[in-house]
Design a protein around this ligand. Structure first.
Ligand SMILES: Cc1ncc(COP(=O)(O)O)c(C=O)c1O
Ligand SMILES: Nc1c(O)cccc1C(=O)C[C@H](N)C(=O)O
Length: 404
């Protein structure tokens, strides 16, 4: 846990803990965080000593079985959640499905799921799939992000949104929306994919009902790292698991023929946890345990302001789509540019890695653990070069890859 004595000073003491290839300025930690230097060693030890030697005994001797909860408690500190209210495992798509289905059951007389057009598509697709499976006439209602508040009403069963918009970086006011939703009898499900490790989140204080997030972005857990799910302790013993796998059973090793949910958040486990991926996450959480999220936030805003100011001054072709107000943004800066895909490919070819989101958004993640003023200044210099020389016009930058 982060105490004043063992706290790491963000950037100065954290940058040396990451593997950032020479010549690369990495502004895509909002999509896939870089590799902590300790990860390979940690995974190697789990593979060699635990899997290799302990074999199946390691579920007990190395604590594999209790890892989902132990890692959950470490993430809980970063999102202001109560101890014992977070479980780790599966993918975020599954975790939002579980949260939404449990939330809908808490409001059985209402049929509308309210979300916004800035939500990440998998969240919307999972809702569509769940609604079709339920076959009870639910409806997914999508409004523009800025219309969410005025769209809350006693008709809505669940408010189902992502706190920080993956394209624009626009941030919803979680405290205000949760309070308003609760006053109208609405259950809330928050996707924290672009919040966890990006900014302070205070789930217990705002009284959120359900939340889920991933660990491969700001938390640096590695590609395919497991997701997490939060249920407010007041609901955890009543929430019904739609995906009633054996690891969420009250007594998995009794091998009963019928399902009985475990106590609390444990019921949201599904099947066998990804032990090796959890080992990687454990290594990155060793860093995060020593981080003060308020320090991360202060640095992030400072760096983002620098990037916004200089890019707007030097590259008038780019249009800022991230809100200027600190309260209304997450930890990424996005600009719209018609040829944004090619421009981002040009930047990547020149050592500045950000990414592109259709139709025209260039995203730059601000991740203060390994990005400081020097990195942002270098990115600005390269962005200026790409735009003043119109390097994005080169045909090689139009080649479209499967994953952007
Ligand atoms: C808001 C949000 N939700 C969900 C996901 C993805 O979920 P999964 O980890 O299941 O691919 C992403 C990114 O991929 C995301 O940005
Ligand atoms: N999860 C990803 C993947 O498996 C491949 C490529 C990108 C991703 C992402 O996380 C995308 C990300 N959620 C986004 O904000 O666009």
């Amino acid at each position: 846990m982060s105490t004043t004595e063992n706290r790491l000073r963000v950037y100065e003491q954290t940058k040396p803990l990451f593997n950032i290839p020479d010549g690369v300025t990495y502004l895509d930690g909002n999509s896939l965080g870089p590799l902590p230097l300790s990860t390979a060693d940690r995974m190697g030890r789990v593979i060699q000593q635990q899997w290799g030697v302990e074999l199946i005994r390691a579920w007990n001797t190395a604590g594999w079985y209790v890892q989902p909860r132990k890692l959950g408690d470490r993430i809980a500190r970063l999102i202001g959640a109560e101890t014992g209210s977070v479980t780790v495992g599966d993918t975020l798509s599954l975790k939002v499905y579980q949260a939404l289905s449990a939330a809908l059951e808490m409001n059985r007389d209402r049929k509308i799921v309210l979300s916004d057009t800035g939500n990440f598509p998998t969240d919307l697709y999972m809702a569509e799939g769940l609604i079709a499976t339920l076959g009870r006439g639910h409806q997914l209602r999508l409004v523009r992000p800025e219309e969410i508040e005025e769209s809350l009403s006693e008709e809505i069963a669940v408010l189902y949104i992502t706190e920080v918009d993956y394209r624009t970086g626009r941030r919803h006011n979680m405290a205000e929306l949760t309070a308003r939703a609760h006053a109208l009898g609405i259950v809330t499900v928050w996707d924290l994919a672009h919040s966890t490790g990006a900014l302070p989140v205070d789930l217990a204080r705002v009284g959120a009902d359900f939340a889920a997030g991933c660990t491969y972005k700001y938390l640096n857990g590695g590609p395919g790292a497991p997701a997490f799910l939060y249920i407010a302790p007041r609901h955890a013993d009543h929430a019904r698991p739609a995906l009633s796998g054996w690891m969420g059973h009250a007594k998995p090793f009794a091998f009963d023929l019928g399902y009985a949910p475990a106590v609390g958040i444990e019921r949201m486990r599904i099947g066998t946890p990804p032990v090796l991926a959890m080992a990687a996450l454990e290594a990155s959480l060793d860093i995060w345990d020593r981080i003060d999220m308020h320090e991360v936030r202060a640095r992030s805003l400072e760096l983002a302001d620098l990037l916004i100011g200089e890019v707007e001054r030097l590259c008038p072709q780019l249009r800022l789509v991230t809100p200027r107000s600190h309260e209304e943004r997450g930890s990424q800066v996005s600009f719209a540019f018609e040829r944004g895909y090619a421009a981002m490919q040009a930047l990547i070819a020149h050592g500045v890695i950000g990414d592109f989101r259709a139709p025209d958004i260039m995203r730059f993640g601000i991740t203060p653990l390994y990005i400081g003023k020097a990195e942002v200044m270098r990115a600005i210099e390269v962005i200026e070069r790409v735009f003043t020389r119109e390097l994005w016009r080169r045909p090689e930058y139009d080649v479209v890859h499967a994953v952007t």
